[in-house]
Design a protein around this ligand. Structure first.
Ligand code: SF4
Ligand code: SF4
Length: 289
């Protein structure tokens, strides 16, 4: 079983819940698909046994043996990636979009395009099985492609480890990396918060998930911050035929657990919040279509 945890925006508690679910599962492949801001590796400190280079885009590179520092290329770059500093032309790897225009207009043919090789895919063991995650270097593109790589690796890890369940901590929003995260999974869990913007984000996430005809669940996190809106969200979900896996109150122990390098279940499984999360995970796992 492959379960993707997503949210309409960042900061809803998606990663904390993914970490808690992985702990409850005991033996799992945990894949961090939020390649622009991967964070689960910081919590679980996995052994990076394998490392692969991900080429997301091309970058312009100057051959200073040929370049005359005429500055011509700088006036054409729409991304302000080329600057003339103290008479020397320089290209910012972070700002370079890889459009290759400079390489075509340089009168000396001093610029070539080379693969951006700073992004990485890591996999290895951690205390609940195997972890896979991608880190997209600043300025690199094609995060959806890196997510696909993370997912392929996660599937391979699952196959090599007794077909254990895969938990995907997805990126926030509804863009291409989210689409790559949820395509073909068995279940999608959307984490939301009780605000009107949270409801709006949830509607957008649900719209996306519906296109893939996937079994979906909603968790209303920090529900007690606005019980009226939490109820409004729950009513909306029921009307839309969406399974509400549960409501979770705000609990500062979740932050405390993170500071201690632990999931909330590891931090204290006897806490009310831990028990509620456990019930929710069982509901998600055991719900049949
Ligand atoms: S246009 Fe070519 S020669 Fe002129 S500064 Fe740019 S890279 Fe150097
Ligand atoms: S490849 Fe495009 S974005 Fe990059 S430096 Fe050249 S002109 Fe600028």
């Amino acid at each position: 079983m492959e379960v993707a945890i997503i949210s309409g925006k960042g900061g809803t508690g998606k990663s904390s819940l993914s970490a808690a679910f992985a702990t409850l599962e005991g033996k799992v492949v945990l894949a961090d698909c939020d390649v622009d801001a991967a964070n689960l590796y910081l919590l679980f400190n996995p052994l990076n046994e394998e490392e692969e280079v991900f080429v997301g885009s091309q970058k312009a590179n100057i051959d200073y043996n040929i370049c005359t520092n005429c500055g011509y290329c700088a006036s054409f770059c729409r991304f302000d990636a080329i600057t003339l500093n103290d008479g020397r032309i320089e290209i910012s790897e972070i700002n370079c979009d890889g459009c290759a225009l400079c390489s075509r207009i340089c009168p000396e043919n001093a610029i070539s395009m080379i693969p951006g090789d700073k992004s990485r895919l890591y996999s290895g063991s951690f205390r609940y099985g195997r972890m896979v995650y991608g880190i997209l270097a600043p300025g690199e593109e094609n995060s959806g492609k890196l997510v696909n790589m993370v997912r392929s690796k996660a599937k391979e890890e699952s196959k090599n480890n007794g077909k254990c369940n895969i938990i995907l901590d997805g990126p926030p929003g509804t863009g291409c990396p989210v689409t790559s995260t949820i395509t073909g999974v068995d279940k999608v869990v959307i984490v939301t918060e009780p605000t009107l913007s949270g409801l709006h984000d949830l509607e957008r996430s649900v719209e996306l998930v519906k296109k893939f005809n996937l079994e979906k669940f909603v968790i209303i996190n920090k529900c007690d911050l606005n019980s009226a809106v939490s109820d409004q969200i729950e009513t909306w979900c029921v009307k839309e035929g969406i399974n509400v896996a549960g409501q979770l109150p705000f609990d500062e122990n979740i932050t405390k657990a993170m500071f201690n390098g632990k999931s909330i279940i590891e931090f204290n499984p006897e806490l009310e919040i831990s028990k509620k999360i456990s019930i929710i995970w069982n509901r998600i796992k055991n719900q049949e279509k």
